[in-house]
Design a protein around this ligand. Structure first.
Ligand SMILES: Nc1nc2c(c(=O)[nH]1)N[C@@H](CNc1ccc(C(=O)N[C@@H](CCC(=O)N[C@@H](CCC(=O)N[C@@H](CCC(=O)O)C(=O)O)C(=O)O)C(=O)O)cc1)CN2
Ligand code: MET
Ligand SMILES: [Zn+2]
Length: 825
């Protein structure tokens, strides 16, 4: 048992948040990072800009009502990614980075920390090494960097930036609660290093890793940090646990071990920071699911260690159904304010939940928190313009503003609820009433329910989700398109040049009129078509220059959506998106893409692919209404897209691609929820595309994920051709497709567009040979991994040239009647 004393008063009594956006309300960090990477500023200048941003954040959070004295303000800054931060803090620098990694000494051995240049080399790659792999953070549109752990990884405290930031904040009068990814989640998120033996699991290195965490706790103790927050979202995700080769029982064991080891005395005279373990994004335990999980739930497992506080997600997760053993010694941070969506909370209902929570769970005390970090929402509703022509064009209207809560509004929701919990309802009666009023106004507002949209949805039958027979479609499309074997194409976007961005910025500001902007974009389309013809690609695209983003572009044109001016949310590193707000019933008032596609088609005799974003991805990358089943919302979007497909067909477009890069992203973290998700998500894609005639070739594109566990769903989309990201994993998906008997057109990516490297003809040829050796060459398409919008023409032009050349090379071997080459059907 620890002799650590609990605070005698309730910690975080004024409420707390699990994290706050770090990009800056005017994307200050993005600008500072990109200036530094471009060589325009020094590391010192970057550090100064980041410091200004951190201090501005502290001031803001205190102004919004968080207690500056007791660790309620999280220290959640990062220069790039919080998982990378943990890796460099704990000595997990991959050996493949050579001297950059081996040159980093443990702090206790005279080390001086990990230089920013090394940190960015891990994030963005060095001259010799590709960066750490990037992948989706739980079911969000945030991407983290995947640590690489091997038997030789030397876990030690190698960087103490998080400690220095605590000291920095103290200098400004704010006692922060440093936030670090917790040890179990850190290992679950990691992958085995390249040199690890077969069967090695990062999780097996837990004991060694804990040594480094203990060093970190020591260092925080010396800085007098009263609390530290260890984030353990990994505990809520079956998919992550399975991918790490572990079971829930093993994870429970690891949790018990880790927090028994960390929640101990650090020795005489050292006051260990108290531990807040946070489990955002879902449920630690499911009521009634004990049969599948550890005998004792994960919440009880945590509560029975000596950690002083546990934060649970009460938006995505469920309320514990009864007293939790061990919680009588523990503060429960009740995540009742949604960190992941933008709707204003029903404060009265949330307060009622909070009031009953202590009695229900047996917690030592209950305090108010957010369900997740506020990283996933924009800064401030007040930064937007809600009236005037700009607002109107973007679908924003004054009433909408009152329905929303971005990060700053959410902090106020937290502090309001905290006051209500401590002082009683009457103390916050005005705020509760205002929240209820906003909710009522939302329910009754025009556009939220549009009868014609509802009627169309209600009238759908099975046939609306079903296309004609596959074989018939294949024949009709072959006849119409006359493509060579191994047809070449791209995923849609071509580089978004500074000229395009500048023109759009000028147009947005009203400095360029509609006609001039359209002319500039048409000129770009023409350049892109000419380039593709010159390169010899078979199925062309218009290049998407007119799109600011593949989701926002559609949201700007659909009814039921609003888009923001400054609602930036970090997606990875310095890259941001502005997720649209889907608030009402969705419908399409006019064609959205037809002019661009037909203009491109008018320039060439080759087929031009129409390019749409699918319903699941539009939902995944928007803030979606929470007042109806998400499946209904998806089908509304699908119907709008279905009409667009028809319009493209009527305009003579023979190939239409409907992108679903986020299909895998929304896959629920809990196994038992996945079937239902796949049912509605696949259904909405089919609804969007099943109206296409047999001779119209429907493509889809998926990326950013491992697809192994959703091949069945990919098949269920019933697309004629699917392009997948595959180059970096060297076509790993191809044998899986073969094993699954996949018999549709398939374009496993042969050009890794996430890297500036230009692949050689030989490399692409080699990847193509891998593909045609495994699957019927008559099904194989040749394409990059993803769109080219983030690349530059200097890279794209030679890379596509090589891709076309490689396709020709492999095509020739197929056509030659060699005895070991599979025939083309
Ligand atoms: N929504 C979404 N989610 C996604 C992806 C995606 O493409 N879209 N891709 C995956 C990876 N994520 C990504 C997310 C963002 C970016 C990205 O490049 N973002 C751009 C912004 C893209 C954008 O909205 N561009 C707008 C606005 C650009 C802008 O910042 N304009 C300046 C002024 C322009 C200038 O003078 O240069 C301004 O507003 O201040 C446009 O082109 O119109 C960035 O951060 O820089 C890339 C990948 C997964 N999730
Ligand atoms: C993230 S998937 C991107 C698909 C889109 N058509 C593009 O090429 O950019
Ligand atoms: Zn993609």
């Amino acid at each position: 048992m620890s002799t650590q004393t609990h605070p005698t008063t309730t910690p975080f009594e004024g409420g707390t948040i699990l994290g706050y956006p770090r990009i800056g309300r005017r994307r200050e960090l993005k600008r500072a990072l990109e200036a530094h990477w471009a060589g325009r500023t020094s590391a010192d200048e970057l550090e100064a800009a980041a410091r200004d941003l951190r201090l501005a954040t502290l001031r803001r959070l205190v102004e919004l009502g968080l207690d500056p004295a007791d660790g309620s303000v999280p220290g959640s800054f990062s220069y790039y990614d919080q998982v990378l931060d943990a890796a460099v803090t704990l000595g997990a620098l991959p050996a493949r980075f050579g001297a950059l990694a081996s040159g980093v000494a443990p702090l206790h051995d005279g080390g001086t920390g990990v230089p920013l240049s090394t940190y960015f080399a891990l994030a963005r790659g060095s001259a010799e090494q590709p960066p750490l792999e990037m992948t989706k953070w739980f079911d969000t549109n945030y991407h983290y960097l995947v640590p690489e752990i091997g038997p030789g990884t030397r876990f030690r405290l190698t960087d103490d930036r998080v400690v220095r930031e605590h000291v920095e904040a103290r200098g400004e009068g704010v006692v922060t609660r440093p936030v670090v990814v917790g040890p179990v989640t850190f290992l679950l998120l990691s992958k085995p290093a390249d040199d690890a033996p077969e069967g090695f699991r990062p999780l097996d290195r837990l004991d060694d890793l804990l040594v480094a965490y203990r060093e970190l706790l020591h260092s925080l103790a010396e800085a007098r940090a009263p609390w530290v927050q260890l984030d353990e979202p990994g505990l809520v995700s079956d998919t992550l646990i399975e991918a790490a080769g572990a079971t829930r029982d093993e994870v429970a064991h690891a949790v018990n071990h880790a927090y028994t080891e960390l929640a101990v005395d650090l020795g005489p005279g050292v006051q260990r920071p108290r531990l807040l373990v946070a489990a955002p994004y879902g449920d630690l335990d499911r009521p009634g699911a004990a049969a599948h999980g550890p005998a004792q739930g994960l919440l009880a497992t945590l509560a029975e260690t000596d950690v002083e506080a546990i934060a649970i997600d009460l938006v995505r997760g469920s309320v514990p159904s009864g007293p939790v053993p061990g919680l009588e010694h523990t503060t429960l941070v009740a995540g009742v304010v949604d960190g992941h969506g933008v709707w204003r909370a029903d404060l009265a209902a949330r307060l009622e939940l909070l009031e009953g929570l202590r009695a229900r769970t047996g917690a030592r005390d209950v305090v108010v928190g957010t369900s997740t970090s506020l990283l996933h929402v924009p800064h401030d509703v007040e930064d937007e313009t809600w009236e005037g022509p700009d607002a109107e064009r973007a679908g924003r209207f004054p009433e909408l503003r009152t329905w929303l809560a971005f990060a700053d509004q959410k902090v106020r929701e937290v502090t309001t609820l905290a006051r209500g919990l401590v002082l009683g309802r009457d103390a916050v009666a005005r705020e509760l009433a205002a929240a209820s009023e906003a909710l009522a106004s939302r329910a009754a507002a025009p556009g939220v329910v549009v009868p014609s949209v509802r009627e169309r949805l209600a009238g759908l039958d099975e046939a609306a989700f079903t296309r004609g027979r596959h074989a018939e479609r294949v024949a009709a499309q072959r006849e119409r398109l006359q493509l060579p074997p191994l047809p070449t194409t791209t995923i849609g976007s071509f580089p978004q040049t500074p000229e395009i961005r500048t023109a759009r910025a000028a147009w947005t500001k009203g400095e360029l009129d509609d006609a001039a902007y359209a002319a500039a974009m048409r000129a770009e389309v023409e350049r892109v078509v000419r380039l593709q013809e010159e390169l010899g690609l078979d199925v062309l695209v218009h290049g998407e220059p007119e799109r600011n983003d593949m989701v926002q572009y559609f949201a700007e044109q659909l009814d039921g959506f609003a888009t923001t001016q400054l609602g930036w949310v970090q997606s990875y590193g310095s890259r941001c998106v502005r997720p649209p707000i889907l608030w009402g019933d969705v419908s399409r008032s006019a064609p959205m893409t037809v002019e661009w596609a037909t203009y491109a088609q008018s320039l060439t005799s080759k087929p031009v692919k129409g390019m749409l974003t699918g319903p699941v991805t539009i939902l995944a990358w928007s803030f979606v209404r929470d007042d109806q089943p998400v499946a209904d919302t998806a089908n509304q979007v699908a119907l709008a897209l279905r009409d667009e497909v028809t319009d493209l067909e009527d305009a003579g477009i023979a190939v239409v691609q409907v992108d679903e890069p986020a299909l895998r992203e929304l896959l629920p973290l809990r196994r038992e929820d996945q079937g239902e998700y796949l049912r509605w998500s696949v259904g909405s894609f089919r609804l969007a595309t099943a109206g296409a005639r047999p001779a119209t070739q429907v493509h889809t594109h998926l990326c950013y994920s491992e697809f192994g566990d959703v091949i069945g769903a990919i098949d269920g989309l019933d697309a004629d051709v699917t392009s997948l990201e595959a180059a970096r994993s060297r076509m790993e998906i191809v044998p899986e497709l073969r094993a699954a008997g996949y018999a549709r057109g398939i374009g496993p990516g042969v050009y890794d567009i996430h890297s500036p490297r230009v692949p050689s003809v030989e490399e692409v040829t080699e990847l193509l040979r891998l593909a045609v050796a495994e699957i019927d060459p008559g099904l194989v398409w040749v394409n990059p991994d993803c769109g080219l919008k983030t690349r530059r023409y200097e890279e794209v032009t030679p890379a596509l040239r090589n891709l076309v050349e490689a396709a020709r090379t492999v095509r020739a071997t197929l056509l030659a009647p060699a005895k070991d080459a599979a025939p083309v059907r």
